[in-house]
Design a protein around this ligand. Structure first.
Ligand code: HSE
Length: 331
């Protein structure tokens, strides 16, 4: 049995999802020969550390009842720097302007020769090249399936299952909040503001939903794909972005009369990274509804490949994180 010492840095919806999934999948992991001991958990204010393995059920309970994970007033960054462990699960909130604490956490993890699995888009959308180079120099794994499309398999699908293919383009829906708003506006003929409030209640919108509705979140995901799949050196400022905030129920009704839906479509290829609302024929594979994400790949050997999945959610995002963890250690 391989014993892996991990930390969970950031204990919001995704971090808690990871804890739940690790508890739920303990036996399956064991049968793969993996014993993942979480030796530290940090939220934005507190931390709990135990080299024998933190009791995740108790930490989840404390977070729910008291809003904190422990008594230690040390930061996630301190844990990454000072506590001996192999793997950092970085799930702090994303900061698209500076990379935020997530960027420092990842840099420090690699400097300390710890692997990183993350759902945090900001650092990758700003500093992908630097992070990937440092990870490689340090001999560390850097996995980020959860940053693009949540549970929808995409990065590992391309890198592993479709290995050897050249990906010519990827287009699709990369923001569940916008997809939900557009779907519901069409179904209910309701205003954008009302449906945004509904999407926020579902808990899938970014802290500041401007990032969703103005297309910035989708742009960040495309930048991650541009860098990780197309070998570009892009930041989200290189993306041509138009959001959905000016789309009216009337425009959606008019489109429907003509047999179309309006979707916020992201597209990345070697010469173009773009996010904009587009007319998509009803029944087209990209015309998925609700909070779903979809990606349509054009590849040189396999031809077209389409994947659909849940792009957000605590357990769904944790699913992508778990698959990254397993793929680091299974070999
Ligand atoms: N706010 C994002 C969305 C969450 O709605 O898709 C996942 O990145």
């Amino acid at each position: 049995m391989k014993r892996i010492k991990a930390s969970i840095i950031g204990f919001g919806s995704v971090g808690q999802g990871v804890a739940r999934v690790l508890l739920r999948k303990k036996e399956e992991l064991s049968s793969m020969g993996l014993d993942i001991a979480v030796v530290a958990v940090a939220d934005s204010k507190t931390a709990v550390i135990d080299q024998q393995g933190v009791d995740l059920a108790m930490v989840l309970e404390r977070k729910a009842s008291e809003g904190i994970v422990g008594d230690e007033h040390i930061t996630g960054h301190d844990i990454i720097r000072d506590i001996e462990h192999d793997l950092v699960i970085e799930t702090t909130p994303t900061n698209i302007d500076t990379g935020g604490v997530g960027l420092q956490n990842m840099l420090t993890a690699f400097n300390k020769k710890r692997h990183v699995v993350t759902s945090n888009k900001g650092p990758l959308a700003l500093k992908y090249r630097e992070l990937a180079a440092l990870a490689e120099r340090s001999g560390c794994a850097f996995r980020f399936e959860a940053t693009v499309g949540g549970a929808m398999p995409l990065i590992n699908l391309i890198k592993d299952t479709l290995a050897g293919n050249d990906v010519i383009s990827i287009e699709g829906i990369f923001n569940g909040t916008c997809n939900y708003i557009l779907t519901r506006m069409m179904e209910e003929h309701a205003t954008y503001e009302l449906m945004l409030a509904e999407a926020q209640e579902l808990g899938i919108a970014e802290k500041d939903p401007i990032y969703d509705v103005e297309g910035i979140d989708a742009a960040c995901k495309l930048v991650i794909l541009a860098n990780a799949i197309f070998g570009m050196d892009a930041t989200y400022k290189d993306v041509h972005v138009t959001g959905i905030s000016r789309i009216t129920p009337e425009a959606l009704m008019l489109a429907e009369t003509d047999g179309y839906v309006i979707k916020l479509i992201g597209e990345v290829s070697k010469n173009r990274i773009q996010v904009a609302p587009r007319l998509v024929p009803i029944g087209h594979p990209l015309a998925v509804g609700g909070t779903l994400n979809v990606a349509s790949l054009q590849t040189d050997l396999a031809g077209p490949v389409i994947v659909v999945g849940r792009g957000a959610g605590s357990i769904e995002t944790a699913s992508a994180i778990l698959s990254d963890i397993v793929s680091i250690y299974k070999d």
